[in-house]
Design a protein. Structure first.
Length: 175
């Protein structure tokens, strides 16, 4: 019974906010899919990758030659690329969500003006529906952006710090 009420509440919310809410919901779902993927990578795969690179570095007898320096730079660069993978997509979706909310605002205001053009300012109910379609997508876009922005900033900071940490462990004479 409770799940039917939740579905009904979501359906009512989308009806009041317009079709732009569905686009915002899709963008948010994609953003969170990438956020969870990055969490999984950082907690599992990255550690394995760092261990592999550290083993390769430790196995080198010569760690001070030009060739060793270039290999080290290549390995660190690859690790950095893997750390930063998909962070740009998350950041783009974070920036896109408020814009989608503004699109909902514009479409809702167009609906208000249409109601006013047809029936004048006497149709308060019709105008209220348009105002609802103008404000709900804005709120939804901002909430989606804020939820992703926190993770985006943390992930970028982690990627930068982790790449520097790994670079420090691959110095000549370390490990």
């Amino acid at each position: 019974m409770l799940e039917y009420e939740a579905v009904g509440a979501v359906r009512d919310f989308v009806e009041r906010g317009g079709d732009v809410l569905l686009v915002i919901a899709f963008a948010t779902a994609v953003m969170w899919m990438f956020i969870y993927e990055r969490m999984w990578y950082f907690r599992t795969q990255h550690k394995k990758e760092v261990a592999r690179v550290q083993e390769l570095w430790k196995a080198r007898e010569d760690q001070s030659s030009w060739e060793s320096s270039q290999l080290r730079r290549m390995w660190i660069s690859r690790l950095r690329m893997k750390l930063e993978q998909r962070l740009g997509v998350i950041e783009t979706i974070v920036k896109l969500c408020p814009m989608l909310g503004l699109l909902g605002t514009v479409t809702g205001m167009i609906e208000v003006f249409d109601v006013m053009a047809v029936s004048g300012s006497g149709n308060a109910r019709g105008m209220a529906m348009g105002v609802s379609k103008a404000t709900l997508p804005t709120m939804a876009g901002m909430v989606a952006a804020l939820s992703g922005m926190l993770f985006s900033i943390q992930f970028q900071r982690f990627a930068r710090d982790e790449a520097e940490r790994v670079e420090d462990t691959l110095e000549v004479g370390h490990l």
